[in-house]
Design a protein around this ligand. Structure first.
Ligand code: BV8
Ligand code: ZN
Length: 279
């Protein structure tokens, strides 16, 4: 657990939910009330928010050719070093499925949320581009992007790879080393800028909305608890609360994000005009 940073200003402590809601409707009403009164909302999304767009979650069993591997085995620099074509093709197959997928009502609800609150920080662990395609801007990407590739030797810049699912990774146009997916693999450090921005938002927000994540992968998994220790209300939206932390400042909303998020945003901001029109 990361101790609160004493140098950071303590903030108005959003009161944790006063009632212990028995029903989903009550939980939704308590969550909507917390959202409506929040100045700064911080959102963290995981693979579950893209599930209703048809993108398998990270922990769901892999299908077809990839059924024989676990994502953790493929999403590492060691796997790429030993089997570059296999890893490159796994990402190409995932990229192709993202390309034909559409943002679902959960992604769209978050784009609406950003127009309703004074300050909304959207952090994603996902590597698909569905948040951006739903209209969200300034997405804080902790684990990179499936839709880009970069030089495995560290040359500057990234390219938009094709969905060519066969063959080897292409060579870097600058130095000839293999291009690699522009994602953060297990055992690799997160990009400093995005993680700092994510941590600062978690500390500063009044409400932390955790959506569709098993909260198992660090250091992203610590963000909701950093927020809770700084007085925020943590709303957890997940298909299942199994394995999810409980606590006085944690408000569980169990169900599919594509159903719950539109309802939550509608209930929280009924009658409130958009703060700024989508550009
Ligand atoms: C780091 C990009 C340090 C790639 C990803 C040993 C050695 C080294 C590190 C470690 C180690 N042991 C532990 C670690 C730390 C490690 C880690 O946390 N491992 C875990 C497995 C224990 N972390 C790291 O390695 C990180 N780096 O620590 O570096 C360092 C520092 C300095 C110098 C060197 C090193 C890097 C982690 C990033 C890995 N890359 N993605 C790719 O995508 O291919 S992580 C990847 O998995 C995803 O991005 C995501 O973050 C994670 C999956 O989590 P979820 O998104 O939560 O998805 P999941 O399937 O688990 O759950 C889905 C949820 O949705 C479920 O709860 C489900 O109920 C719910 N759901 C389903 N449908 C719906 C729904 N909810 C709502 N509605 C629905 N419809
Ligand atoms: Zn290069």
């Amino acid at each position: 657990m990361v101790p609160p940073d004493p140098t950071l200003p303590r903030r108005r402590v959003a009161s944790p939910p006063t009632t212990d809601p028995q029903t989903r409707a009550e939980a939704l009403a308590v969550a909507a009330k917390a959202l409506r009164s929040a100045e700064h909302v911080c959102v963290l999304t995981g693979a579950g928010i893209s599930a209703e767009s048809g993108i398998p979650t990270f922990r769901e069993a892999q299908t077809g050719l990839w059924a024989q591997y676990s994502p953790q085995e493929l999403a590492t620099a060691a796997a790429f070093a030993s089997h570059p074509a296999r890893v490159w093709q796994w990402y190409a197959a995932r990229r192709a499925s993202v390309r034909v997928a559409q943002p679902n009502p959960a992604h769209l609800a978050l784009a609406t949320l950003a127009q309703r609150v004074s300050h909304c920080s959207l952090i994603t662990q996902n590597v698909d581009d569905l948040h951006e395609r739903a209209g969200s801007r300034d997405v804080i990407r902790l684990h990179g992007s499936l839709m880009h590739a970069r030089c495995s030797n560290g040359c500057a810049g990234s390219v938009l790879p094709t969905d060519e699912q066969h063959g080897d990774p292409p060579p870097c146009p600058t130095c000839g080393a293999l291009m690699r997916p522009d994602v953060v693999w297990f055992g690799e450090p997160l990009p400093m800028g995005p993680f700092e921005a994510a941590r600062n938002a978690a500390v500063a927000c009044d409400v932390f909305l955790s959506i569709g994540t098993s909260n198992l992968v660090e250091p992203a998994a610590s963000l909701p608890w950093i927020s809770a220790t700084h007085g925020a209300t943590v709303i957890v939206v997940n298909q299942s609360m199994e394995g999810q932390r409980k606590g006085p400042s944690i408000l569980p909303l169990e169900g599919p994000a594509g159903v719950l998020l539109p309802r939550l945003i509608a209930e929280a901001f009924a009658g409130r005009r958009p703060r700024r029109q989508a550009e």
